[in-house]
Design a protein around this ligand. Structure first.
Ligand code: N7H
Length: 446
């Protein structure tokens, strides 16, 4: 079995708190950084095991991860055998489909432009006061050893929107099941631990990895701004009328078909015309589908779910057996609720979206592959009657250029939908390595 006391908790189970703060820093004084990390931070790093039970969960959870330049600053020169990590995300922007972030006026946050970020603390709590206090403790223990260059505050949304992302859809529904860790729900994909954890069974690069990297994981961080009122307006104005449905129902269906799930979490593949809240909330049912249906041809049927819907693009299920391309997602929404002004003007004036986090043992097979080779690739899924299913309706990116998807209209799969603008805008991010707790103690800070 996995050593759950040694794996940082966010990787396999997520912090699961109401608030999470991402604190990005650069190292000024490597010697002081190491000794402080060892004495004050490492003993407080939250493990998978601690997060599994409410009796052992800390009031404030803490994890840490390093960029390539962060490891270099600590004089760690080992090659982790992950090219995307080594180059950093700024160099990857073009490959990820972002508009060129070296140009003025593009959305990338200044702190992410370049390779200046050395690492990130992930702090999470249900209590804002405790979170603030712990941030002060962490930062003051580090003192001048680091400079904080950027902070992003994530929060679960208020009231009944808790657990839903900014467009209103339930998030955190589908994760792969890591073999040997817990039990799988029906339809949950079982993957080798090495797809997420470096050096474990199923990590095809195990032989090349330095020993200390075992049970660590690469963290892909993205700040993804969501244009919520613009999305709502677009969905309402582009919804095809559906016989037997009211206008409101056909609008809800249109949004659900672009995502692949209803706002409740119910998959459109199982509930193709109306939402089903009971189905959405039931983990024994809400992943038990694979896009195949008796009497329907998998290569042409989009009457249940469009090929280019977000969840079908990012996890093709029966369309393609792709277990090595699985990720564990651990993001949280950021930013305020939509204001009345934004609602009436259908224009976002405030910054909100998703603080996206994914874990994988190889960035090139995980986050980067899903974004670049699937979501942004108008030809994916392959082998369909329509050879250009189009862009992922939610996250597919074309460097700011035109995007389209097919199969959105339940009555006529041949029609293409222009997606007008990007409703998810990349504000950039960075790639990190989240080491095991023993590696933090015995190697990184030794
Ligand atoms: Fe997605 N959304 O609200 O539309 N995502 N995602 N994602 N996503 C999922 O299954 C969303 C993003 C995946 O196993 C759900 O938990 C938004 C990136 C994968 O069937 C919803 C953003 C990448 C899955 C959203 C965003 C992925 C998934 C359904 C950006 C990877 C699981 C709930 C702002 C590159 C698929 C759930 C499966 C699910 C949304 C980003 C990947 C509602 C708004 C960048 C693998």
């Amino acid at each position: 079995g996995l050593d759950t006391n040694n794996i940082q908790g966010d990787i396999l189970v997520g912090m699961k708190k109401k608030q999470e703060r991402f604190i990005f820093w650069t190292i000024n004084d490597p010697a002081r950084f190491k000794s402080t990390l060892r004495a004050f931070i490492v003993p407080q790093i939250t493990s998978v095991q601690q997060l599994l039970s409410t009796t052992t969960q800390p009031l404030v959870a803490l994890n840490v991860a390093f960029s390539q330049t962060g490891l270099q600053a600590l004089n760690i020169t080992d090659n982790l055998s992950d090219a995307a990590f080594s180059r950093g995300q700024f160099a990857d922007a073009n490959a990820l489909g972002d508009p060129d972030p070296t140009k003025n006026g593009t959305a990338w946050v200044d702190a992410f432009r370049g390779t200046n970020i050395h690492g990130v603390f992930l702090l999470a709590s249900d209590n804002a006061t405790l979170l603030d206090a712990q941030e002060v403790v962490v930062n003051s223990s580090m003192g001048s050893a680091i400079s904080v260059v950027y902070t992003l505050q994530g929060s679960i949304r208020p009231g009944p929107q808790a657990g839903h992302e900014a467009f209103g859809y339930l998030d955190g529904v589908s994760q792969p099941h890591v073999d040997g860790f817990g039990t799988a729900f029906p339809g949950q994909q079982t993957i080798d631990p090495g797809v997420i954890l470096v050096g474990e069974q199923g990590d095809s690069l195990s032989a090349k990895r330095p020993a200390w990297t075992t049970d660590g994981s690469f963290l892909a961080f993205r700040q993804l701004k969501q244009l919520v009122p613009e999305w709502n307006k677009f969905i309402a104005s582009s919804a095809p009328g559906v016989p037997g449905l009211t206008h409101a129902q056909s609008v809800a269906l249109h949004g659900a078909r672009l995502v692949g799930r209803w706002k409740s979490g119910a998959p459109v593949d199982l509930s193709p015309l109306v939402d089903n809240a009971t189905l959405g909330a039931d983990p024994t049912l809400n992943n038990n589908f694979d896009y195949t249906h008796q009497g329907f041809d998998l290569s042409s049927d989009q009457s249940h779910c469009p090929f280019a819907s977000h969840v079908r693009k990012t996890r093709p299920r029966a369309d393609l057996d792709a277990a090595p391309n699985s990720i564990i997602r651990a993001g949280i929404p950021y930013g305020p609720e939509v204001t009345d002004d934004e609602l009436t003007s259908a224009t976002s004036t405030l910054d909100r979206g998703l603080a996206f986090v994914s874990y994988q043992s190889q960035i090139a097979k995980g986050f980067r592959f899903i974004q670049a080779s699937w979501a942004n690739n108008e030809k994916f899924s392959f082998g369909k009657n329509d050879t250009t299913p189009g862009f992922d309706a939610v996250i597919g990116a074309n460097r700011g250029g035109q995007r389209f998807m097919s199969g959105y209209d339940i009555n006529d799969a041949s029609k293409d939908l222009s997606l007008l603008t990007d409703f998810v805008v990349s504000k950039g991010g960075e790639y990190f390595f989240s080491p095991s707790i023993s590696a933090l103690r015995d190697f990184i800070t030794a």
